[in-house]
Structures are given as structure tokens and as C-alpha cells.
Design a protein around this ligand. Structure first.
Ligand code: GAL
Length: 738
């Protein structure tokens, strides 16, 4: 039998949250099925295969959709690890993460369990995302020092993927300092709250400090230090205020008196760059709107400023009306053509006007759609009330003043069966689609829905197959303005089709629905969702798609954002144009969760600035994926920067191209309709960077820089000093002229 022992980290003098004595293991022996004798020490492993714990068993060719599998590891734990620990209290088995539930045995004895199995008293419960760390007494006799120890892991998986997947796993003998950790949170009133937590019963004392630093210069802006003593029952907190309109780094350290060892946690709190909007009216949305002749118009002029405000026009084209109280434009235009008129907004503080053009012709979606979709927050638990609550918040928090107008229901609204006449029925979570549509339209907002060309949607709800026209007619009767049409269940049909290798076979279901939508007397933004198969960007326009998803689903991690945003979009810029957009998926800022359990996006503040900057440069659909009712000031400011949004909504409709790839620095640029350029200088690396933009001028064809503006801060910058500090995973978003 092979012993797998990949790395021995020896005791160091300082520990920065990594363990002083730690052994890591990347692979073990594996057997599918369930046999409790496999928990024991003496097991014949000759028929067992070798499997990594760095990725799921599914991705290593094991197929267990609902069932058990066991991993076994053999590890010699050197006595020197114990001797080097000042505590000599426990040995910790860090089993990383396991999909979905597990029990872990050490030398035949159960040492920990996470989640539960189907036959457990309360039934199956998945806890796939929990970090498992199981402790045993160092001198309790269970750990065999300088000898072979068997770790046996019993895993249960329900639905793909499964097994141990976030390794390497490790065996640790903690020092005092390893049992202490500091969590940093943002408290009320921009206070950084640092909490020192101990896993030990016995009290430990030392010096606890917090500093607010300028990440760029490293300068300490303020600090606080105190002597504390902590144990398992008593944590200690220290807090310090910071300026939430500036990027700062909170650094908190605890140095334990006896050993002199310390632990440090660093954290960058959310910081708001967008300046507050003036009290006077200001128009924030693109001055252009596309509609087909005869189609009803539902549009809301996006104007920020104090309320009450009156929004009016003296030269409105015939057939149109504005509700002066909310700026909702309604009516329709019979004849094709370009209609330009002046809109006025007036409040107690002042008056503003803007020229506005409606292009009545064959194209809609002349700028990328802005709005909300229920999926990234509520997943299948979406309800009509939740849609209404986000729509109300969209208005109350001012997002509607910045052009966010689509309110799109994703999967989870359909009944189990169609009506007797074959029309689609809604489930009990949606009492009335028609009422919902009418109310949204009265506010100048738009209404979106989701379906699949297959028998079932991804969430297992009814799709539109064989009922395409009936469904399009239902959408028309409810006042639907946007359809996301998701491949999903269609895959089963597609697999059986003789021509399924051809592009035509991918086009077919989308063309069919397009024909049905176009028979309706209204404009329905047609959003394809088939993850980029058969290079959809090359034929999306031919099925009159207004946008097409270019990738699989996004999630709120840097890895997902990086792969979708920076890797998978690089070649797609030629395919975006007014009316037809590449869609790299919905936004992952604010409170998301794909279920009833919402949490803050796991992206750091800089990753969120990068996300919105890149999506603006890419002329992407801007669909908010969080609960707007719970949106904090940071997220509102992130989504409501009219200069940043103007890049996304620029009427030239050109998607940014990556102009520079220099190690971890990437520069993406797009031309704008006023002759200027939007430029994003991104640092995708793991450390902060200083970038001299001048270095790339020749490569980008910039002979002499005539103007530079920081769009997030809405401030003009020097054209000679173009040296920028760009934090890890952060961005400098500029508008330049040259
Ligand atoms: C996926 C789609 C998601 C969401 C989900 C609903 O296929 O990519 O955005 O719509 O289905 O089940």
C-alpha cells in the first residue's frame, strides 16, 4: 500500500493563520458503496482505487448519484509535531469540504460528522459547503505517534457531483496561536469590528490591536491597542471607525504573551466611490429607445434628484403620454421613423431638460437591458410578493432613476400541469401575472419571464415544447416584455435528433419561438440562454435574439467572475451591436443565494468594482441578481453611477476589446458615441499593483492623451501623470480622449 504524504510544514517562528505543524494529504483510497467494516484499521484495500480529494469523485469518473462512497487514508504522524506544539492538547483533522454528508473515523473510532444520512433519525441533510475540522485529544491514545493511522471517511451524496472536493485535507497539531482567530466585520456607522475568538477553554492573554491603513501608501491612519484575555466562552472585540468613502485596509493583530506568537487578519471594507447625486434633477439614462410600429411603449425616464418632481414634455409625439409624477412613458407609434422630443424634469431645486429619441422601426433593445432577475437571489423560491418587493425597492432606492427597469421572473413560476386547453398555468406563488404586469407598467417598468424550448426547465418546471405559440400568446396577454429562453430540457430531445451535430439543430428551437413572439402585438426582448453552444454569438442575430448567454452560470466568487469575464469574453466583441448583445450572465453583487437563504456576495469590494466596470465595458445585460429590498448603500452606489452606466448604455453599442495583456494587468477599451473611449485597467493578480498607463500608449494607438476622467469618482485626472495604484482584483475605469 502506498503512503501519500505530500508536504510537511515544519514549525516556524511566526504563524499567520497557517498552522505551524501540518501534514497535508491529496489522495486516498476509494470504494463506492457502504460497509461499516471499512471504518476499521485492517481492511483489504487491494480492490480500491486511488482518488484525489481536490475535486469531486464525479469529475474523476465515479458515478454515484444517490449513495455512499468511502475514502481511506494512511498517515504516519511524527511525534515531533507534538513536541513542537506549545499546547500539546489536540490533533485536528481538517477534512476540507464534502458533498454532501460525512462521518470520519480515526483508527476505527468515529471522530466527527457533518450533515446527515437518509436513515438518520431526522433524515438526509446536506452540508456540502461546511469546512470540516474534527479534533481529538493529543494524548488520548487514539492517535498513534510515529506509526500508521487510518482515516476512514464515509460520504453520502445526493445528486451529482459528490465526495471530498476542497482538499488537500490535513492533520494539524495546533499551537496556542492556531486556536485563536480574528474575524473582521463592518459595524454600524463605518466601524470596523474585530473579534478575537479562541477555541480553548483556558484563558490566553496578549496584546490585541487594530489599524486602519491606506493600502496605497501603507500609512497608518488610525490605530488602537489593548490588553485582553480570551477563552472559548469569552471572545473579545475591538473596533475603530474608518472613512467609508475611501479605500482603507483594516489590519488586526493579536500577539500572545507567553509564546510571543501572533495572528493577523486583514480586511478591506466596502467603500463608496460614486459621489452623491445632486438635489437638482439629472437625467441618467440613454437618450434613445427602440420600438416596433404599433407596439405598446413602457418606459420610464431615469431622473435623479429630490422628490416631488414633475417630468413633462411639450413636444411629445402624437400617441404618447408621460405620467408627470413618475416619468412613465406610455402609448404607441404607428409609423416607422425617428421621433425626437425634449423632456423636462423640475423639482424645488431646479429644472433640467434632455433631448430624447424614439426610433420606431424593426429593432428593439438598442442599448443593453437594465433591470433585475430573480434567479441569483431567490432561485426556485421566487414568489410574486418577492418580485413586487424588489420592484418597489427599485423605485424607492432610486435604481429606477438610473435606468433599471426590467423585472424578470426566472424559473419557478409554472404550475405542475398545463390547463385543459394546453395553455400554461402559473403555480400558487403567482396569483396573477396580468395584475403584476399592469402594476409594473403603471410604474414605467417592464415585465420579464422565463421558459425553456424543452419539456422541462432547468429547475424541473414545465417548458414550452409543442406549446410555443400558446405560450407566446399567454405572455402577450400578461404584458410580458422580456423572455429568457433556456435550453435545459431541450437537450434530451436534441440528443435524439439525427442532425444534432449541426448548427441548424441548435438554431431550430430558438427560431420557432422567435416566430411565435413576432406574431404578438408587442415587443418582447428575446434573451437566449444556452450557455454559448454552437457559437451562439455567430447566429443569435439571425433568430432576432436581443441577447444570448455566452457562458454557463455565474456564481459570486472571483474564480467564476474571472473565468466568465476575463477569459470567455475576449473574442466576442465583434458580435455585439445595438439590438443584439453578448450576455455573460447576471450580476452577483448585493445579497444573493439562489434560495431562501441570502448572504452578502462573496466578492470583495474591489472585485465588485471590477465586475460592474467590466460588464459596462462589455455592453452586457445589466440584470441585478440580488434582493433589492435588502440592498445596502454600497451596492446602490455601485449600481447607480451614471457615468459608469453610460459606458454600458452607450448608443454606439461597441463592446470592449482586450487591448493589453501584460501579466496580471489587462486593459479593455471601447469607443463611445461622443468620440471618446472607455478604458478599464484591471489588476487580476493577487497583489496590489502600480500601473504606468503611459507604458501601453503605443500598443493602444494613443499618441497624445487629451483628457482622462475617473468614472467611478467622476473626477478629471491629469493627462501627464497617469500612474495608478490598482489594488488586487481591482480596476481603474477611465474615459479618455486622444
Ligand atoms: C439555468 C440558467 C440560469 C437559471 C436556471 C433556472 O440553466 O443558466 O440562469 O435560469 O437555469 O433553472
Amino acid at each position: 500500500m502506498k503512503r501519500i504524504l505530500s508536504l510537511l510544514v515544519l514549525a516556524g517562528t511566526m504563524s499567520l493563520a497557517s498552522y505551524a505543524q501540518e501534514l497535508t494529504l491529496e489522495q486516498g483510497k476509494f470504494h463506492a458503496g457502504d460497509d461499516m467494516s471499512w471504518a476499521g484499521v485492517n481492511v483489504d484495500e487491494s480492490g480500491w482505487k486511488t482518488l484525489s480529494n481536490m475535486t469531486t469523485w464525479t469529475s474523476q469518473g465515479v458515478k454515484i448519484e444517490n449513495g455512499f462512497g468511502w475514502y481511506r487514508y494512511h498517515v504516519t504522524i511524527p511525534k515531533s509535531m507534538l513536541e513542537k506544539s506549545d499546547l500539546k492538547e489536540t490533533v485536528d483533522f481538517n477534512m476540507a469540504k464534502i458533498d454532501d454528508a460525512d462521518e470520519v473515523y480515526l483508527n476505527g473510532k468515529l471522530i466527527g460528522k457533518t450533515g446527515s444520512f437518509p436513515k438518520d433519525p431526522n433524515g438526509y441533510h446536506s452540508n456540502w459547503n461546511a469546512q470540516r475540522v474534527y479534533s481529538v485529544k493529543a494524548n488520548g491514545g487514539l492517535v498513534k505517534w510515529d506509526a500508521d493511522n487510518v482515516i476512514a471517511v464515509r460520504c453520502y451524496n445526493a445528486g451529482d457531483p459528490g465526495g471530498m472536493f476542497a482538499g488537500p485535507i490535513s492533520v494539524r497539531v495546533p499551537n496556542t496561536i492556531d486556536n485563536l482567530s480574528i474575524n473582521i466585520k463592518e459595524g454600524e456607522g463605518s466601524q470596523s469590528v474585530c473579534t478575537l475568538v479562541s477555541k480553548m477553554q483556558s484563558s490566553k492573554s496578549g496584546v490585541f490591536s487594530v489599524k486602519v491603513e491606506d493600502p496605497e501608501s501603507g500609512k497608518v491612519l488610525s490605530e488602537k491597542t489593548m490588553k485582553v484575555s480570551v477563552n472559548k466562552a469569552k471572545s473579545r472585540s475591538i473596533s475603530l471607525p474608518y472613512d467609508s468613502h475611501q479605500m482603507v485596509r483594516i489590519v488586526s493583530t493579536f500577539t500572545e504573551s507567553k509564546t510571543g506568537l501572533s495572528t493577523t487578519t486583514k480586511y478591506i471594507p466596502k467603500y463608496i466611490l460614486t459621489p452623491a447625486a445632486p438635489a437638482e434633477p439629472r437625467f441618467n439614462t440613454a437618450p434613445l429607445y427602440g420600438v416596433r410600429p404599433g407596439s405598446p411603449i413602457h418606459f420610464r425616464f431615469g431622473v435623479s434628484g429630490d422628490r416631488p418632481m414633475k417630468i413633462t414634455s411639450d413636444d411629445l409625439p402624437k400617441g404618447l403620454a408621460i405620467n408627470p409624477d413618475n416619468g412613465a412613458l406610455s402609448g404607441s407609434l404607428e409609423k416607422p421613423g425617428s421621433y425626437t422630443f425634449t423632456v423636462k424634469a423640475k423639482n424645488a431645486k431646479g429644472e433640467q431638460e434632455q433631448k430624447f429619441t424614439i426610433r420606431c422601426g424593426s429593432k428593439i433593445g438598442l442599448t443593453p437591458p437594465m433591470g433585475w432577475n430573480s434567479w441569483n437571489c431567490w432561485g426556485l423560491s421566487v414568489t410574486q410578493d418577492k418580485v413586487i418587493s424588489s420592484a418597489k425597492a427599485l423605485i424607492e432606492k432610486g435604481l429606477a432613476d438610473y435606468g433599471y427597469c426590467y423585472m424578470n421572473i426566472d424559473d419557478g413560476w409554472e404550475a405542475k400541469e398545463r390547463n385543459a386547453d394546453g395553455t400554461i398555468a402559473v403555480n400558487q406563488k403567482f396569483p396573477s401575472m396580468k395584475d403584476l404586469g399592469d402594476w409594473l407598467h403603471s410604474e414605467g417598468l417592464k415585465f420579464g419571464i422565463y421558459s425553456s424550448p424543452g419539456d422541462l426547465t432547468c429547475g424541473g418546471y414545465l417548458g414550452s415544447i409543442d406549446h410555443e405559440l400558446q405560450d407566446a400568446e399567454s405572455y402577450n396577454s400578461w404584458g410580458i416584455d422580456y423572455l429568457k429562453y433556456d435550453w435545459c430540457g431541450y437537450g434530451r430531445k436534441h440528443r435524439t435528433e439525427p442532425d444534432n451535430q449541426t448548427v441548424a439543430s441548435y438554431v431550430r428551437p430558438y427560431l420557432l419561438m422567435e416566430r411565435c413572439l413576432r406574431q404578438q402585438p408587442r415587443d418582447i426582448f428575446y434573451s437566449l440562454c444556452q450557455y454559448g453552444m454552437a457559437d451562439v454569438w455567430k447566429w443569435g442575430e439571425s433568430v432576432d435574439a436581443n441577447s444570448w448567454r455566452t457562458t454557463g452560470d455565474i456564481t459570486d466568487t472571483w474564480e467564476s467572475l474571472y473565468s466568465i469575464g476575463f477569459v470567455q469574453q475576449t473574442e466576442l466583441y465583434p458580435y455585439a451591436q445595438p439590438g443584439h448583445w453578448n450576455d455573460p450572465d447576471m450580476l452577483i453583487v448585493g445579497k444573493v443565494g439562489w434560495s431562501n437563504n441570502l448572504r452578502d456576495s462573496r466578492l470583495t469590494p474591489d472585485e465588485q468594482y471590477t465586475h460592474i466596470s467590466l460588464w459596462s465595458l462589455l455592453a452586457s445585460n445589466m440584470l441585478i441578481g440580488c434582493d433589492i429590498a435588502q440592498m445596502d448603500d454600497f451596492t446602490v452606489a455601485l449600481l447607480c453611477n451614471h457615468e459608469v452606466n453610460a459606458v454600458n448604455q452607450d448608443i454606439l453599442g461597441k463592446q470592449a476589446k482586450r487591448e493589453v495583456l501584460d501579466g496580471s494587468i489587462q486593459i479593455w477599451a471601447r469607443p463611445l458615441s461622443d468620440g471618446s473611449y472607455a478604458v478599464g485597467i484591471f489588476n487580476v493578480g493577487t497583489t496590489d499593483a502600480r500601473v504606468d498607463f503611459k507604458k501601453y500608449f503605443a500598443q493602444m494607438g494613443i499618441s497624445s492623451l487629451k483628457a482622462a476622467r475617473d468614472l467611478w469618482r467622476q473626477k478629471d485626472l491629469s493627462t501627464s501623470d497617469v500612474n495608478y495604484f490598482i489594488p488586487t482584483h481591482g480596476v481603474k475605469l477611465l474615459k479618455i480622449r486622444y
